[in-house]
Write a protein that binds this ligand. Structure first.
Ligand SMILES: N[C@@H](CCC(=O)N[C@@H](CS)C(=O)NCC(=O)O)C(=O)O
Length: 87
């Protein structure tokens, strides 16, 4: 962490450990060496109020990077690769 504290705009990943799509995203974030805040959501849809608030739907993974909100695994991978130096 910088001496000035955490970055103002840390990426957020709404995540479910058992979700295979989320696992792909976690792996890619690690491969790219990116720091992010992992928000573990409840398995039950109707309890995922934070996900709905962030993205307007309840599926995970959801990646929030500043103004960018993505709720599809393929879109997230493509975004991370193009913005953060993947292949
Ligand atoms: N199209 C989405 C699919 C995501 C998806 O189906 N996620 C599952 C978890 S693996 C989910 O949240 N399903 C609702 C549920 O079963 O609670 C993606 O590729 O990211």
């Amino acid at each position: 962490m910088s001496p000035h504290g955490p970055p103002l705009r840390m990426m957020k990943l709404y995540n479910l450990e058992s979700c295979p799509f989320c696992s792909v995203i976690r792996r890619r974030l690690a491969e790219l060496g990116l720091e992010y805040e992992k928000i573990d959501v409840p398995p039950a849809h109707h309890l995922r109020t934070e996900v709905v608030k962030a993205s307007g739907q309840f599926l995970v993974p959801v990646l929030v990077d500043g103004d960018v909100v993505l709720d599809d695994e393929d879109d997230i991978i493509e975004y991370l690769d193009s913005k953060y130096g993947g292949k």
